[in-house]
Ligand binder design. Structure first.
Ligand SMILES: C[S@@+](CC[C@H](N)C(=O)[O-])C[C@H]1O[C@@H](n2cnc3c(N)ncnc32)[C@H](O)[C@@H]1O
Length: 269
């Protein structure tokens, strides 16, 4: 399989991971976009998943605005339609980020946590820039997984699994540190007036949904972990042990920080 096809295969969201996406909201999980939106705008949300953030975008642009959420995964678009399909001003469609068929159509084009899953993020950004009207803005939000921090550190099996997860992604051509390469990517797409906004997420024990949100890595072990077993990156015993340790950490751990940057730039007017 070519590197791009491996990445495409590995990026496919196992359906159990939809719950992770459903917990997200525009206000909490894409704050830079929330600050950019204005009433009446036309917005494209690329890699919208189950549409939880997309729903917030519709509310932010109001009845005069229009929002299109697209994702390559038909099952996720079906789930998004079931949850939000009746919302006025919202459309949901299956589209590939590399082949967006839109030209100069949107005031704002966003991709949150998408580029990390692509072997050719520059190609997707070029398609996003083409979809943006002159003077409109593209905003991308993503992780540097190499900067993930737990306090206290989880036990060895969990740490080994997380290292294997990064190796599994890197082998497919995905950039584990893509947050720190977004400025270069956005500039290469010809966008100007670039703004960088740190969006690190720190979860602290005692917060109401700490266990559910900090359980993201146990969820990754439960879902992506099975893909990693199938791909020979970890054996099932190690995967299951890591899942149990990460789940225990989500109950007993203190703080977890995920490193995220939002980077946005304007298409020349
Ligand atoms: C981690 S999820 C992020 C979902 C949502 N934007 C959020 O921030 O919660 C990544 C999404 O990108 C989608 N995706 C992966 N490769 C894609 C591609 N080539 N074109 C469009 N969507 C893609 C996946 O199906 C998944 O829904």
């Amino acid at each position: 399989m070519a590197a791009g096809d491996v990445a495409r295969h590995r990026a496919e969201m196992p359906s159990e991971t939809a719950a992770i996406l459903d917990r997200r909201s525009l206000a909490r999980d894409h704050r830079r976009l929330a600050a950019m939106l204005r009433l009446g705008q036309r917005v494209l949300d690329v890699g919208c998943g189950t549409g939880a953030i997309t729903r917030g975008i519709v509310e932010a642009v109001g009845p005069g605005g229009r929002v299109l959420g697209v994702d390559a995964n038909r099952e996720l678009i079906d789930a998004a339609r079931r949850a939000h399909g009746a919302v006025a001003g919202l459309e949901l469609d299956v589209q590939d980020a590399y082949a967006l068929p839109y030209r100069e159509r949107f005031d704002v084009v966003s991709a949150a946590r998408l580029l990390q899953w692509l072997a050719e993020p520059a190609r997707a950004l070029a398609a996003m820039a083409r979809a943006t009207r002159p003077g409109g803005r593209v905003v991308v939000l993503d992780y540097n997984h190499e900067q993930l921090r737990f306090e206290p550190s989880p036990p060895a099996r969990a740490r080994d699994f997380l290292a294997a997860f990064l190796d599994w992604r890197a082998e497919a051509g995905m950039d584990n540190a893509i947050a720190d390469h977004l400025v270069e990517l956005v500039e290469r797409a010809g966008l100007r007036d670039v703004v960088v906004t740190p969006q690190h997420e720190t979860l602290r024990r005692g917060e109401p949904d700490f266990t559910a949100r900090a359980g993201i890595w146990a969820d990754v072990a439960a879902t992506r972990g099975r893909q990693m077993v199938a791909d020979g990156f970890v054996d099932e015993g190690a995967r299951a042990a890591a899942e149990a340790q990460l789940r225990a950490w989500s109950r007993d751990g203190e703080t977890m920080t995920m490193y995220l940057l939002a980077v946005d730039g304007a298409r020349a007017a």
